[in-house]
Ligand binder design. Structure first.
Ligand code: NAD
Length: 266
């Protein structure tokens, strides 16, 4: 028996693809009422038709979560339809590349608007309902790149570090009201974003070969499935995690525990 979230209303941003889509499926599997927010209207339409048989437990809104008016409007519609919000999973995000010397101001601002400001905005409009209920749980998808880094990811890595700080600060603000806030820090996850990145960096290799190489860098020997991030998100929304708040929880197949210096002959 998995976790049962019957009667719980959960918003997933970036819900149409990748980790968000994996979360939507896992919350539906847990019997939650799920609302998918995404910018990508054609992917949302595909998701709507996939879940057409779940009319009362799945719906979606086309929304740019970096836009305050759109976030307020979409959250208002969710409250009008369902009367409560128990969970918010902030998955919407973009991967950008650039070093400290060649990242443009436009890329920096766009990265922070989509990756960080969106999480502040959704919490700003969802938390009042949770405070009134004296219960709720928010999960922000960060990255191991908030803890460790690589070349040419200055804006992305900084935005992920900011998510961890936003998570801690909002967890402290909301704790007294019974609302929890945690961050999930994945390693590499098989999503359209990761495949685009693999395509950009593949050289003569196929995308599958690049993903296998990246998987080999994780001690468990593979990259994650989006459903595995969804399982952790379901746990963090459920009462099974009732005493966990403000945490940055790594789910990376051991990627961040390994010293990348290989001993001779090993
Ligand atoms: P993805 O690109 O595959 O999916 C992201 C979804 O977010 C898309 O459906 C996209 O349309 C939506 N989105 C983007 N900007 C939006 C906006 N302004 N408003 C509404 N929706 C928007 O990406 P993913 O790999 O699933 O990544 C999801 C989150 O997980 C991101 O925050 C990413 O940084 C993080 N993450 C991903 C990986 C990975 O390896 N894939 C690893 C660590 C962290």
């Amino acid at each position: 028996m998995g976790i049962d979230l019957s009667g719980k209303v959960v918003i997933v941003t970036g819900g149409a693809k990748g980790i968000g889509e994996g979360c939507v499926q896992k919350f539906l599997d847990s019997n939650a009422i799920v609302i998918s927010f995404d910018l990508d209207d054609s992917s949302l339409a595909i998701q709507e038709s996939k879940h057409a048989n779940l009319e009362s437990s799945f719906s979606s809104h086309v929304v740019d979560v970096s836009n305050e008016a759109q976030v307020e409007d979409a959250v208002t519609k969710v409250l009008a339809a369902h009367g409560r919000i128990d969970g918010l999973i902030n998955c919407a995000g973009i991967q950008t590349y650039g070093s400290v010397t060649d990242t443009t101001e436009e890329i920096w601002d766009r990265t922070f608007n989509v990756n960080v400001k969106s999480m502040f905005l959704t919490a700003k409009y969802v938390a009042p309902a949770m405070i009134a209920q004296k219960a709720g749980s928010i999960v922000n998808i960060s990255s191991v790149q908030s803890l460790m880094s690589q070349k040419t990811v200055v804006a992305y890595a900084a935005s992920k570090g900011a998510i961890n700080a936003l998570t801690r600060a909002s967890a402290i603000d909301l704790a007294i009201s019974g609302v929890r806030v945690n961050a999930i820090l994945p390693g590499s996850v098989d999503t359209p974003m990761l495949r685009t990145s693999a395509d950009m960096h593949r050289g003569e290799k196929s995308i599958e070969e690049v993903l296998a190489d990246w998987g080999a860098g994780h001690p468990l020997g593979r990259i994650a499935k989006s459903s595995e991030i969804g399982d952790l998100a379901v746990f963090l929304i459920s009462d099974e995690s009732a005493f966990i708040t403000g945490q940055s929880i790594v789910i990376d197949g051991g990627l961040s525990i390994q010293v990348p210096v290989i001993l001779p002959g090993k």
